[in-house]
Design a protein around this ligand. Structure first.
Ligand SMILES: [Zn+2]
Length: 282
């Protein structure tokens, strides 16, 4: 049986990244952050192949989902990039995958952590069955539903602490410590990459991590930052408004959960200006 490794790479949890200017396309720090993200992706790819992978798929998992510098990526890996896509940060993962690796991840909206948020700045908290969840946990549920364990997570110290509780047996690499929402004490990129490569090599070669269990019943709740965002997202059939800024809906499985997160995300992103132009177009 061949060994296939799926790697989702976000940007907020990469070593040397801490400011808004670095994570938004057009910011002065963005090209540097793209380089750092690409280096960490390569470190994970090298680790996967060194650990025995026959095939590696990388998912560009940040913002526009088009940040990694393609011609500098390890040519052995295949790349999933661009948006929108229903499974977002875990698009491309399959039942054939041996292990999932989350690189550059960050804490949830409302939690302490470098550039902490959950999928969108329009969400102030995301809960599954009443429990606040980070992107790592939502994506981990999706992986779990396909029988794929999350073997390694890298990011700041905050998301690493959370991941160790959420994913029994996971290896984490804290490439930086949180010193505030947009402040960090970081490892040198070279050191971060060496640790990521070693962790992934070990996790792929040793294996033995179990996929997380998916609850039988799944209820998604999101608190939105504005009433308009709540109104827009509430147009998705089945969405229940359970508080002024909160929507809830029961879903069948993690795939539907993620797809609903995406629908609410895109609708909530429609701003007041776009609303005005939609109304005028009639
Ligand atoms: Zn991101």
């Amino acid at each position: 049986m061949s060994t296939r490794v799926f790697i989702s790479v976000d940007m907020e949890g990469v070593a040397g990244v801490a400011t808004l200017d670095q994570i938004v396309r057009g910011g002065h720090g963005y090209p540097r952050a793209q380089e750092l993200m690409t280096q960490e992706a390569n470190a994970a790819i090298r680790g996967a192949f060194a650990g025995g992978a026959d095939e590696v798929v990388v998912n560009d998992s940040h913002g526009t989902m088009d940040n990694l510098i393609h011609d500098r990526l390890d040519p052995r890996a295949r790349l999933v990039f661009g948006a929108p896509r229903a499974s977002c940060m875990v698009q491309g993962i399959t039942r054939e995958d041996t292990l999932a690796v989350f690189v550059g991840y960050h804490a949830a909206a409302g939690a302490h952590g470098v550039l902490a948020h959950t999928f969108s700045s329009a969400f102030t908290e995301l809960r599954v069955n009443g429990q606040p969840m980070s992107e790592a946990e939502v994506n981990g549920l999706f992986a779990g539903s396909l029988g794929v364990p999350v073997g390694v997570l890298t990011g700041d110290d905050q998301i690493c602490q959370l991941a160790e509780k959420a994913f029994p047996g996971i290896t984490t690499v804290a490439v930086k410590d949180c010193e505030g929402t947009s402040a960090t004490s970081t490892l040198h990129p070279q050191v971060a990459c060496e640790r990521i490569e070693a962790a992934v090599t070990r996790a792929v070669s040793v294996g033995g991590v179990a996929p997380i269990a998916v609850p039988e019943s799944l209820s998604l709740e999101i608190d939105f930052a504005s009433p308009l965002a709540t109104d827009l997202a509430g147009t998705v059939p089945g969405s229940k408004r359970i508080a002024g800024h909160t929507l809830q809906r029961q879903v069948d499985d993690p795939a539907e959960l993620l797809s609903l997160v995406m629908s609410w995300y895109y609708l909530a992103s429609i701003g007041t200006h776009q609303m005005a132009s939609i109304s005028l177009r009639r």
